[in-house]
Each structure stands twice: as C-alpha cells, then as structure tokens.
Ligand binder design. Structure first.
Ligand SMILES: [Zn+2]
Length: 76
C-alpha cells in the first residue's frame, strides 16, 4: 500500500498518509481542510527501517544462474 505525501495549502502543513491506490485525497490533520497530494512513494522503499533492506533496492540484478550449463562462467 503506498504512502501519499500531502501538502495543505491552507496552513502549509505537510503530512503523509497511508492510503489505498483508489483513494482520491485526504484532509489536513491540523486544519481539516482538503490537502493536495504532493507525491507518492511506496512504503517498502521510503522507510527501509522496518525490514532493514531498503538499501537493496539500489543493488544490480544478480546474473542469472541455472541457465545453460554454467551461466557462462566456464570454458568448455
Ligand atoms: Zn492544513
């Protein structure tokens, strides 16, 4: 489930709200006026604290293994 970042034009408050993809908006928790969605990030990428694997999103995809005889690592 994505976290949406909102910016309130009324009181300039910025907050994040966890919502479903179909959600259309959110109200500011401070002034309870409709806020504008600033951007959206996925919770698993943005926090990285809960699982400790946030850094791994930057790692390159490992080479395929199990394909062919030895994945190109040998000289037959
Ligand atoms: Zn507000």
């Amino acid at each position: 489930m994505p976290i949406y970042e909102y910016h309130c034009p009324t009181c300039s408050n910025k907050f994040e709200k966890l919502q479903s993809m179909s959600a259309t908006g959110a109200d500011c928790p401070q002034c309870e006026q409709p806020a504008k969605r600033a951007l959206s990030v996925f919770a698993s990428i943005s926090s990285g604290e809960s699982s400790g694997s946030g850094e791994f999103s930057q790692m390159p995809v490992p080479p395929m293994r199990g394909g062919g005889c030895c994945g190109g690592g040998c000289f037959h």
